[in-house]
Design a protein around this ligand. Sequence first.
Ligand code: IDP
Ligand code: MG
Length: 137
Amino acid sequence: MNRTLAILKPDCLEKKIQGKVIQQIIDAGFTIKGMRLIKLTPESAQKFYEVHKERPFYSALVEYMTSGPVIPMALEKENAVADYRKLIGATNPEKADEGTIRKLYADSIERNIVHGSDSDENAAKEIAHFFNESDIV
Ligand code: IDP
Ligand code: MG
């Protein structure tokens, strides 16, 4: 079994589609092993997206991610990282495959509903950003 870190982003909760998105994740075979409802502080969002700190969209991204509550989830499945990224679709919803979460619900490359880890190594780091190992069921 492998793990990945998902976040339902502020636009997901604003649109009140968190229930639908969680159901789609469960229907795709993922098990939720950890789940929280939180509002990110700027410091926490900056740290989470540190790899992007030189990118032009970094400050807007931090502002967006702190604009409302988010739901981080530790997910488990075989091949979790790749399968979850397939389920959510490309970063830019215009380029995302039909039926993916971002294609279905996202408004833009920034406001794209969900986060997904991009490697097993980053998944472990990102899960640790939000969860103690003792919080994982
Ligand atoms: P990912 O979420 O698909 O892994 P990343 O390239 O890691 O995409 O970017 C992290 C997040 O930053 C994206 O999900 C999106 O919210 C935002 N983002 C990425 N590229 C752009 C951009 O070109 N303009 C504005 N926001 C962006
Ligand atoms: Mg990424």
